[in-house]
Structure formats: structure tokens, C-alpha cells
Design a protein around this ligand. Structure first.
Ligand code: PLP
Length: 476
């Protein structure tokens, strides 16, 4: 990799970051008083991590240190970091031709082409694409769409509530935040948007050992139906869930689950929205998780992988049924954002999809997912690793105190294990993945879809050492 492109030195960048940059979801206080500590090595860094470049599955920081990015940015750089020239050229050409125009009442060629391309890839009759700038806006837009769909169809207000799942992350804008199943994220911003209830997610690891998959599915569907009935089916417009739930650690659905959810939504006249902000565009080995799990949603939310995060673009994809009332008379979906369908963002997303098709990125996930899983499963030999779950290139390792009883760690233990030790130890060793305790403590692994055996082995090598050490230290 060549020299950094920035004009500021490493120390100048550090200082400017501390003085002016507000990092998302970050304890900024840890950087306030800390002295700059050059080359660290203590396992505890006081420096703002500054990433300056990327290539393939690897990143480099402002000191020239290399990292394997086993999180693909934020579950999002699906083609990896190596296509900057090609995608940059597409962006440049679009900038020359038309740097900006809006989708408010107007169209332009790139938004039209991208809408057609996405609709062609999406399952069933998901034919209508509304562009936004990211995942939260997609979720926000899906809920607003569901509310207004029923108003436009029935001519009356009243069907406005939503159902989502516990511990699920769906974004941070007020509507999307209200749909979130993570209490600690919602709590500072209450009162939230009325009214959302959360049902159980598909975490099987802490269910009774003797429960069969069929019984688990039945339990989940009965709970969902009961929740719909308690809320009043005539008031619920949306069920919003991920094909594979990220927060809590890559919860895959038990057999028959999605078919049952679809059936309940039909029975109670509720729109089913698949949050595919992570799962779409190859992450679970198909263009859409909805295809892989035969979900038949009415609405799909996507973002991240749509452009492999080379651009800030997301989309809500609506079925013909959802669109129908908006095709009547003077009906208008009363929603829009300046940057929705931005021509440069659309050109980048189009190029990303072209690259994914040409370089057979989704096929690559299918071809290598078994090898990835079996490499990761070596970590199950460690006493601290209780469970490996997920699919495609989307996995989580659940960390436990006692493998036999599946006992989890206390809050205090998690604080040390995840924040004090694991995050910095993995980073020190040059591996970026996420140690997360929004549910039970997990390590999330979701590399660029171009990762291969060499990277699988590197991940497992580093994780194996660091988790073994963590297990030993927890016992002390
Ligand atoms: C499932 C899901 N939905 C929505 C979002 C919000 O997306 P964004 O951060 O682009 O607003 C995320 C982000 O991680 C997500 O994982």
C-alpha cells in the first residue's frame, strides 16, 4: 500500500479528531484527557483509530498498520475495498454529466436504471423502488409507507402500529429507533413514535434443550399472533423483521417460521417488511435474504450492500399490492428526501451491481460458505465459545461462562470482556470484528464477500489466540 493521501501527519490527525470529530455510538470521554501514547502495546489504546485506506479485505491505519476487516465496514462493503478505481470512474462520468438532480417529481437516467435493476433482482412482485440515503431512512420510509398505504386504501386513519423483534437493530431516526428492539438505544429518546411491540427473536441457543425446531416455530408464531390480537389487528400496519437478525448474533429462522409469519400477516391484513439492510446483495448467499428464506415480503428495506457502501444510498422496494392505492386518482406518498436517488449515488450502486454480477460475488458466497463455516467451527473447541450461528458470510460466536449450562456473563464481566479486553486485543492483533453485547455477548464476523480461505484462516488464528487468552483471564 502507498503513502497516506491526507495532508495532516498522524499526530495532527489525532489532535483534530479529538478536538472536532464526534464519533457515532462512542464514549468520547475516553479520548478527552488521554495523552497520546504513540505505539501503545498495552492492550488499551487511547488513540482515535484512524483508517486511511483499504484494499480487498484489508485496511490500513494512519500509522501504516494493516488490519483484516472481518466486519466489511459495517456489514456493508460487500465487494471489498479494491474497486475504487472502477467505481470512481463511474462516479466521475456521472459528475460530469449530471452531478445532482432530484427524484421529487423528476426522474433521471441513473435512478431509472437502478430502480429497474433492483426490481429485476428482487423476488416476486417487488417492482417499485423508492430511493433514500441509508438504512434508517429506509426503515423510516417503510413504516410511513405502510401507514399511508392503509389510509389510501381504506380512506381512514387507525392502522398505524408496528411489530418488530427483541434485540433487533433497525436504525436511529425516530421511527426506525422506535422499531428497534434494543432498550438501551430507545430509552434516552422516549417518548417514541407510537406504537411498537417487540416479540421474541429466533435465538434458539437459550431455549429449552429438549424443544424441537417445530415446537420453537410454533411458540414464536403463537406469540406473534397473540401480540397482534392484543394490539388489535385493525390498528397494526407493519411487521418488520430481518431475514437473519444481526443484533444478538446472526439468528437464523427455524423451519417454517417465515411461512408462518407471512400467513399471519395475510390473515390479519398487515404488511410484512423484510429489513434487508444487511442481508441483501449477497451477504447470506443470495441477492436477497427474502429469496433464500422464501419470505414473500410486501416491502424490502435495503442500503449498505446496494452500493457496497461506496455511496450513501438505500431503497424501499414495494410490491404491486403496496403500490396499488398510490396509483389511484390524486394519491401521493407524502414522503421525500433531497438525496433520494442522487445520480452519483445511483451510478455508484449500478456499477457495484454490475461488478457483483461480472465477478460472480453472490455465487462466490455460496461456493465458499461451507468452508467459511467449517473453519470458524474450529473455535467451538474453546471453552468460552458456546455457539456458532449464521449463514452465508454472516456469523456470530456466542461467548459463555459455562459451556455445559450455557450460562452467560454478568454485566460487569461483559464490560471487561468485550470493552476492556476483546475489542482492543483483536484490534491490536490486526483483526476488525465486533464484540457486541446488545443481546448476549457475541463476536460478529461478516467479512467482505471476496474473503477466501486465506482470510478465513487468518480470522480463526487471531480469534483463537485472543479468545483462549480471554477465557484464561476470566478464570483468574
Ligand atoms: C438491519 C438494519 N436496519 C437498519 C439499519 C440502519 O442503517 P443505517 O445505519 O444506514 O441508517 C441497520 C444498520 O446497521 C441495520 O443493520
Amino acid at each position: 500500500m502507498s503513502a497516506p493521501v491526507t495532508g495532516l501527519s498522524h499526530d495532527e490527525l489525532q489532535q483534530a479528531a479529538r478536538d472536532h470529530l464526534w464519533l457515532h455510538f462512542t464514549r468520547m470521554g475516553s479520548y478527552r484527557d488521554a495523552a497520546l501514547v504513540g505505539g501503545s502495546g498495552s492492550g488499551k489504546t487511547t488513540e482515535v483509530p484512524i483508517i486511511v485506506r483499504g484494499d480487498g479485505c484489508y485496511l490500513e491505519d494512519s500509522k501504516g498498520k494493516r488490519y483484516l476487516d472481518a466486519l466489511a465496514g459495517l456489514f456493508s462493503v460487500n465487494i471489498g475495498y479494491g474497486y475504487g478505481e472502477e467505481i470512481g470512474q463511474a462516479a466521475l462520468e456521472q459528475m460530469r454529466e449530471l452531478p445532482f438532480y432530484t427524484n421529487w417529481s423528476y426522474a433521471h437516467p441513473r435512478a431509472i436504471e437502478l430502480a429497474q435493476t433492483v426490481a429485476d433482482l428482487a423476488p416476486g412482485d417487488l417492482n417499485r423502488v423508492f430511493f433514500v440515503s441509508g438504512g434508517s431512512e429506509a426503515v423510516e420510509s417503510a413504516w410511513k409507507l405502510a401507514r399511508q398505504h392503509y389510509l389510501a386504501r381504506d380512506g381512514k386513519h387507525g392502522k398505524f402500529k408496528a411489530i418488530a423483534r427483541e434485540v433487533a437493530y433497525h436504525g436511529t431516526t425516530m421511527g426506525a429507533l422506535s422499531i428497534n428492539g434494543i432498550e438501551s438505544l430507545r430509552e434516552p429518546f422516549e417518548p417514541l413514535v407510537p406504537e411498537v411491540r417487540h416479540v421474541s427473536n429466533t435465538n434458539r441457543y437459550h431455549r429449552p434443550l429438549e424443544e424441537t425446531e417445530e415446537e420453537f416455530t410454533r411458540f414464536l408464531l403463537e406469540e406473534l399472533e397473540q401480540t397482534i390480537q392484543e394490539m388489535g389487528p385493525e390498528t397494526v400496519c407493519l411487521v418488520h423483521m430481518e431475514p437473519v437478525q444481526n443484533a444478538g448474533g446472526a439468528f437464523t429462522p427455524p423451519a417454517g417460521y417465515w411461512q408462518g409469519v407471512r400467513e399471519l400477516c395475510d390473515r390479519y391484513d398487515i404488511l410484512l417488511s423484510a429489513d434487508e439492510v444487511i442481508t441483501a446483495f449477497g451477504r447470506v448467499g443470495d441477492w436477497f435474504g427474502s429469496t433464500r428464506y422464501d419470505i414473500n415480503p410486501d416491502i424490502v428495506c435495503c442500503a449498505k450492500g446496494l452500493s457496497s457502501s461506496y455511496a450513501a444510498i438505500g431503497a424501499v422496494i414495494a410490491s404491486d399490492k403496496v403500490m396499488e392505492p398510490f396509483m389511484e386518482g390524486s394519491s401521493v406518498y407524502m414522503h421525500g428526501i433531497t438525496f433520494g436517488g442522487h445520480p452519483v449515488m445511483s451510478a455508484i450502486a449500478l456499477k457495484n451491481i454490475e461488478i457483483m454480477k461480472r465477478d460472480k460475488i453472490v455465487e462466490g458466497v455460496r461456493e465458499h460458505e461451507d468452508a467459511f463455516r467449517s473453519t470458524l467451527s474450529q473455535l467451538l473447541e474453546l471453552p468460552i465459545v458456546g455457539d456458532l450461528r449464521g449463514t452465508g458470510f454472516f456469523y456470530a460466536l456466542e461467548l459463555v461462562k459455562d459451556k455445559e449450562t450455557r450460562e452467560t456473563f454478568s454485566e460487569e464481566e461483559c464490560e471487561w470482556l468485550l470493552r476492556e479486553y476483546l475489542s482492543s486485543a483483536l484490534f491490536e492483533r490486526g483483526l476488525i470484528c465486533r464484540a457486541d453485547d446488545r443481546g448476549d455477548p457475541v463476536i460478529q464476523i461478516s467479512p467482505p464477500l471476496v474473503a477466501r480461505q486465506e482470510q478465513f484462516d487468518e480470522m480463526v488464528g487471531i480469534l483463537g489466540d485472543v479468545l483462549a487468552e480471554a477465557g484464561d483471564r476470566m478464570k483468574r
